[in-house]
Design a protein around this ligand. Structure first.
Ligand code: EPU
Length: 425
């Protein structure tokens, strides 16, 4: 197994380019199951998770080739409808094949993902939605076995809380259902807009993009699509925060500032300078690193356009370096403070109580390097941020978590002037 070693304390500077979004690539790749032919997806990141979903599609009969960031996926032959535990346990987004397989073949058998490091994360909303479209779902031997004779029938589906992959799965099921489906209290994350654009390119009729009420008018057939994956807003936010934590100054390019409304306001409130351009963001924390200070700012994670849970851990690392006290409230997942214990090993002063963490900032030089352990993807990136800001050497073990969602992180950080490398454990 590999570990990441960081010799911290160097301000990040220069320019870094953002990759395509993991959480858009996964549903868009799954959506290729809906229609025969060769689909072309541009700006697809090469990540452990995108390789996992491609492996899953291969098992279903799909073939694909990659040239740079473009994937050509031929889903003419979808011959199998089962996603095994072996694949689903490594990536819960595998459940995204349920909707398209039901629409294309009328049958899908997918392993239940089980719990995960950040919370229970059930898929009951997905299953209830499919049932409302007329599907029979049996939960047996750790699998959901879903089946419908003929086409699904449009219906009104209401989510108790907006679910990102739930909305995506139901959208992909409803595009070929008979009649009209309405999804109420739908999630509004930009990745869903990206999926809607692809489905429309395939011939689907969907209204309400970017709103919490989606109307889908089912069509008889769809055809292969060409679509581009949007820039990764969580990777963008992670680099902005990393620059801030090291008192650096850099430009993050190839991103979409409009997808980060909440984070950019929070970063400005800390005293960092943020300049938004069409597809890049210039960030400077130079004036926070001298005699001036990084202010403590509260955050509460919420569905989009609120503050994203996927940037909570990284913001906590930043707040550990501030000069005041702030409250971080995690409302999406019940167990998303796994990074706290590791940040404490680096000198952070954080107290948690249920879904709330209080961070007592120790100032820009308040953390020191230590051996720490990555527990999930975003927790790992918060440890990288802390390691970059800390004095001395940090060693992060279990970095396979990072590789699930950050493309070429070592190379990108090196371009920004960080001293970071991989070593065998
Ligand atoms: N929920 C249910 N039942 C369901 C579905 C969701 O109770 O059937 C609950 C969840 O437990 C959670 C809330 O609803 O409390 C929202 O979860 P959601 O379904 O939106 O999460 P998800 O679709 O499983 C996606 C991202 C996550 C991201 C969340 C929240 C993908 C592939 N994953 O997960 O990304 O944290 O939305 O924004 O899009 C990551 O990239 O590190 C990551 C975890």
């Amino acid at each position: 197994m590999e570990k990441l070693v960081i010799q911290g304390g160097k301000p990040l500077q220069g320019e870094v380019r953002i990759s395509g979004a993991k959480n858009a690539a996964l549903p868009l790749i799954a959506a290729t199951l809906l229609a025969p032919g060769t689909h072309i997806l541009h700006n697809v990141p090469d990540l452990r998770d995108t390789r996992t979903i491609l492996k899953l599609l291969e098992n279903l009969g799909v073939t694909w080739t990659r040239k740079d960031t473009t994937l050509m996926i031929d889903s003419t032959h979808v011959t199998y409808s089962e996603a095994s535990y072996d694949l689903v346990k490594t990536m819960r987004a595998s459940v995204l094949v349920l909707g398209p397989l039901l629409a294309r073949l009328g049958r899908a058998k997918v392993s239940l993902p089980g719990g995960c490091a950040i919370g229970a994360r059930p898929i009951n909303f997905h299953i209830k939605g499919f049932e409302q479209l007329g599907v029979t779902c049996r939960l047996e031997n750790g699998y959901v076995d879903a089946e419908i004779a003929g086409r699904m029938q449009g219906n009104v589906i209401y989510f108790d809380v907006p679910s990102v992959t739930g909305t995506e799965n139901l959208l992909m099921a409803a595009v070929m259902a008979k009649g009209k489906t309405v999804i109420k209290n739908a999630a509004r994350e930009p990745e869903i807009g990206n999926l809607i654009d692809m489905l429309k390119d395939m011939g689907a009729e969907i209204m309400g993009r970017d709103t919490d009420r989606l109307e889908i008018y089912g069509v008889d057939r769809l055809s292969a699509a060409t679509c581009s994956i949007i820039p990764d807003r969580i990777e963008t936010g992670t680099y902005l925060i990393a620059v801030g934590a090291t008192g650096g100054e850099a430009t993050v390019t190839g991103c979409n500032p409009a997808h980060l409304p909440s984070l950019l306001e929070k970063l400005r409130a800390t005293g960092m300078e943020i300049r938004e351009m069409e597809d890049s963001i210039a960030v400077s924390a130079r004036r926070c690193s001298g005699n001036s200070i990084l202010k403590s700012i509260d955050i509460k994670t919420m569905p989009y356009p609120g503050y994203p849970t996927d940037l909570q851990a990284q913001f906590m690392a930043l707040m550990a370096l501030s000069s005041g006290v702030c409250v971080i409230n995690e409302t999406i997942f019940e167990n998303r403070f796994m990074h706290v214990g590791e940040l404490q090993r680096m000198g952070a002063d954080i107290r948690t109580n249920g879904h709330t963490a209080v961070v007592y900032g120790k100032g820009m030089k308040g953390l020191s390097g230590a051996p720490v352990m990555a527990t999930d993807l975003r927790a790992s990136s918060s440890l990288v941020i802390a390691g970059l800001a800390a004095s001395g050497r940090t060693e992060i073990s279990r970095i396979y978590h990072l590789e699930r969602g950050y493309e070429q992180m070592v190379e990108k950080l090196t371009i920004l002037g960080a001293e970071v490398w991989k070593e065998q454990e």
